[in-house]
Structure formats: structure tokens, C-alpha cells
Design a protein around this ligand. Structure first.
Ligand code: PFF
Length: 458
């Protein structure tokens, strides 16, 4: 039954395009903005090592599980879960997991698009030369004035959503595939240029390498492990159906474990390269990576670009890189719900317009919560932006990931899973993966979940 099913949305033209698209989803603000400041704040190399372990023990097995559901179901996450649970003789209520993912996608994209808009605004600023000779105070003020202006934030948020709408409305081949085959090579070229500069020119490359790879485990605090694992989820786009829907467009004969290995490897490589690109620049300017926190990219880096040689060009390259990474991730946040609505009837363009429009509206609330609605708290102590980020990243993604591991590990028949993975169910590789998916990954995710609820005070 599952064999006869095809995707009504079309397929990637090859396994390589799937890897590019899923890597595009994974590589985003999480790698270039969040990872470097988390490393900075959590003591460098020890954090990096724990993060790598989480990627390997939790991220990789759950990524394989998520792609498996998508490729067997060949639909949007909601309808894939419906189809696969029917194939496997399980409750149709598993499709609620798809709804959880769609809801998470709405919430994440509404704030992701606001930050994506900042990245686009900073491309313009870098082109205008706004960072040349900028002081620390002026850089802080540039960011705060921009974020404090409802009109500016909304204009750039709108532009970001319009770009995503254009790509998604054009369909899997003409939209998504074309965008990733164009943008991903650009992304890697820019990243390598920035790392090359860090190595050749800054004189602080050694310092950055030591900071990232010579662990001092005394810097590890109880919350560090859990922070590292939360980051592993977000950075790999796991737990909400983005990778599942991309898996639904993966041609039948392509290997899921091998593809997942490439995606995880490239995402991790990009995070490490982002660190190697950013830390030398920060060290060379005599700054500390932990100082900037979330402002590292938008406040600290412009100061640095204003000081160093080639800073004008490097600034443009960096913010183009950030924008491209945000667009290819944003696409994957919009696709699951758009695919679902298309499956319910009507054109993809109409579906994309409705979903993008709704997320755009929610994004307005996020954008305004940074300025005129700043005093309105959706959850105790959190404005709309912070509340949506908290609920989606810290609760919905880990919950989704946990349920995906349980569904594939415990609800699907072992031989169906082995067949989809193209492995013998007796092979060591399959048995190892099954063990990690059944026991290790769920246990670890439960820890993240408890952490997000604040039970460890981390
Ligand atoms: N992985 C993206 C990043 O690192 O920026 C964020 C993301 C995209 C999370 C898609 C979840 C998702 F479904």
C-alpha cells in the first residue's frame, strides 16, 4: 500500500536536492546567531563537545525517524501520520502530532520572520556603509532604534514573508528546489570566505580555535547540558514536521540514513564554521564572545566590521549570509501547513497565501511586542515575542520529537521501518539505531522537556 503512494506535490529531482533543501532548513539563525552566543555564554569548548554528543545521540536518530514517516506517508505531516498510522494498524489520533507540528510552525515562523526581517534590514545598512567607524553606543542605538520602530520592523517582516510566499507558492520543483539549488552554494561560498578571512587576516584564529576546541569542563554548569540539547533540536529543525514534509518529497530509492548523515554533518559543520568565522573577528577587536549575548550578531559584529580592514565588504557578506540562511529555513517552516491545505483542495498559491497571511498577522503581534506593545505580557514576564519563542522552542519541539521517536520506535512495525530505511532488520546498524530511538533519545528529550518547564532551574 505504502509503495503505491506518490506525492501529489511532486518530488525533489534527486537525493542531493533533498540534502540541500533539508540542510537549508537546518542551517539558519540557529547556527549563525544563536550557536555562537551560546558557546560564548557557556564557556566554549566544553559546551561544543556536549552539543556534539546531543546531535549524535538525539538529533541524528530522530532525524532518521522523522524522514521515515514523511517518505512512507508522502503527504503533509498531518496526512502522512494519518496514512502511516493506518498502514501500521495504529490509532488515527497520531495525526494530532501533525497538528502539533503545524501549530509549532505557525508560532516559530511568526518570530523567525521578524528576526529574518532584521537580517534583511542589516543587509541594507551594510550596503549604506552605516557601520563604518561606528562606536559601541551608536551600534546599540542603531539596533534599538530599528527594533523600537513599529513601522520599520513591520516593513521588513512583511518583505521577509513576501519572499517566502513567492518561493512556496511556486511549488516543490519551481519554488523550493530552485531556491535551494541557487542559495545553498552561495551560502557555503560566503561562509568559507568569512572563515578564510578569519584564518588569514585577523591574527586571532588560534585563539578562536582554542576557545572552541580546548575544553574546560569546570565551566559546565547543571543547565549547560540541557541548553546544548535544546539547541540541537532547534538547529536541526526537528520535532515539527519540516524535515518530515521534505522527506515526503524524497524519491523512493534514496537512502534515508545516508541523507540524514549528510544533513546533520553539514548543519554541525556550518555551526562550527560560523564560530570559526565569528570568534576570530570578535577576538581581534579585543571583545569577549560572551559579552554580546543575543546581540552578538546585530550589535557586536557591526562595531567590528566598522573597525577592521575589508570590514565594509565582510559586513555585506555576513548579513547576506544571515538572510539567505533565514530564508531557506523559513521556507521549511511554511511548507508543512501549506502542503496540508493544498491537500484539502484548492490551489497551492491560495493555500500559501492563506497560511503566509495568517503567520504574517501573528508576526505583527511579535514585532509590535518589541515596541508599542512591550508592556503587554502573554505569559508571566514574557511579551508576545518571548512567549511564542518559549512555547514553541522549549515545549512544542521537544514534545514533537519525543512523540516522533515513540511513533517510529514503538508504533510502526519493525519490518516496515527497516524496509523504508533500506536496511535488514537484523543488521547491527539498524539495531543500534532502533535502540537509540526507542530508549536513549526519548529519555534525553524528556530531560529537555523538564528543563523547559524549569524543573531543574536551568
Ligand atoms: N533550524 C533552523 C535554524 O537553525 O535557524 C530553525 C528551524 C527551522 C527550526 C525549521 C524548526 C524548523 F522546523
Amino acid at each position: 500500500m505504502a509503495d503505491a503512494r506518490g506525492s501529489i506535490h511532486g518530488e525533489w529531482s534527486s537525493g542531493l536536492v533533498f540534502i540541500l533543501a533539508a540542510t537549508g532548513s537546518a542551517v539558519g539563525l540557529g547556527n549563525l546567531w544563536r550557536f555562537p552566543y551560546l558557546v560564548g555564554e557557556n564557556g566554549g569548548a566544553a559546551f561544543v563537545i556536549i552539543y556534539l554528543l546531543c546531535i549524535l545521540l538525539v538529533g541524528l536518530p530522530i532525524m532518521i525517524a522523522e524522514i521515515t514517516i514523511g517518505r512512507q506517508g508522502r503527504r503533509s505531516p498531518i496526512n502522512s501520520l494519518l496514512a502511516v498510522s493506518r498502514d501500521e494498524g495504529r490509532s488515527r489520533y497520531w495525526s494530532l502530532l501533525g497538528w502539533l507540528g503545524v501549530a509549532a510552525g505557525f508560532l516559530i515562523l511568526s518570530f523567525y520572520s521578524v528576526v529574518g526581517g532584521w537580517a534583511l534590514f542589516y543587509v541594507l545598512q551594510s550596503l549604506l556603509g552605516s557601520f563604518q567607524g561606528i562606536t559601541a553606543d551608536a551600534a546599540g542605538e542603531l539596533f534599538e532604534t530599528f527594533v523600537g520602530s513599529p513601522v520599520d520592523v513591520l516593513i521588513w517582516h512583511t518583505l521577509f514573508m513576501v519572499i517566502l510566499f513567492g518561493i512556496i507558492a511556486a511549488g516543490v520543483r519551481k519554488g523550493l528546489q530552485r531556491a535551494v539549488t541557487l542559495l545553498m552554494p552561495l551560502l557555503f561560498v560566503i561562509l568559507l570566505l568569512l572563515v578564510g578571512y578569519g584564518m588569514a587576516a585577523s591574527g586571532a584564529f588560534q585563539e578562536a580555535v582554542a576557545f572552541m576546541f580546548q575544553p574546560d569542563f569546570s565551566a559546565v554548569e547543571p543547565g549547560t547540558v540541557l541548553t546544548a540539547m535544546g539547541q540541537a533540536f532547534f538547529t536541526l529543525s526537528l520535532g515539527m514536521g519540516a524535515i518530515m514534509v521534505y522527506g515526503a518529497y524524497l524519491p523512493r530509492n534514496e537512502s534515508i540514513p545516508r541523507s540524514a548523515g549528510w544533513i546533520v554533518g553539514m548543519d554541525t559543520g556550518t555551526a562550527l564554521l560560523a564560530g570559526l568565522a565569528i570568534f576570530p573577528i570578535v577576538f581581534a577587536a579585543g571583545m569577549e564572545p560572551g559579552e554580546g549575548g543575543p546581540g552578538l550578531v546585530f550589535v557586536t559584529l557591526p562595531i567590528v566590521f566598522g573597525e577592521i580592514s575589508f570590514g565594509f565588504a565582510l559586513g555585506i557578506l555576513f548579513f547576506v549570509l544571515l538572510s539567505v540562511a533565514a530564508v531557506t529555513s523559513g521556507m521549511s517552516l511554511l511548507e508543512p501547513a501549506t502542503a496540508y491545505l493544498t491537500e484539502q483542495g484548492g490551489s497551492r498559491i491560495r493555500a500559501a497565501a492563506i497560511i503566509a497571511g495568517l503567520i504574517w498577522l501573528l508576526g505583527i503581534a511579535c514585532g509590535l511586542s518589541l515596541n508599542v506593545w512591550g508592556d503587554f505580557h502573554l505569559l508571566p514576564g514574557m511579551n508576545v515575542f518571548d512567549a511564542l519563542e518559549f512555547v514553541s522552542n522549549d515545549i512544542m519541539l521537544p514534545l514533537g520529537g519525543l512523540l516522533i521517536a515513540i511513533f517510529v520506535g514503538w508504533q510502526m512495525r519493525v519490518h516496515s521501518v527497516a524496509r523504508e530505511l533500506g536496511l535488514s532488520d537484523e543488521s547491527t546498524g539498524f539495531q543500534l539505531w532502533l535502540f537509540v530511538t526507542r530508549f536513549v533519545a526519548p529519555a534525553a528529550v524528556i530531560l529537555v522537556f523538564l528543563n523547559a518547564l524549569g524543573l531543574f532551574g536551568g
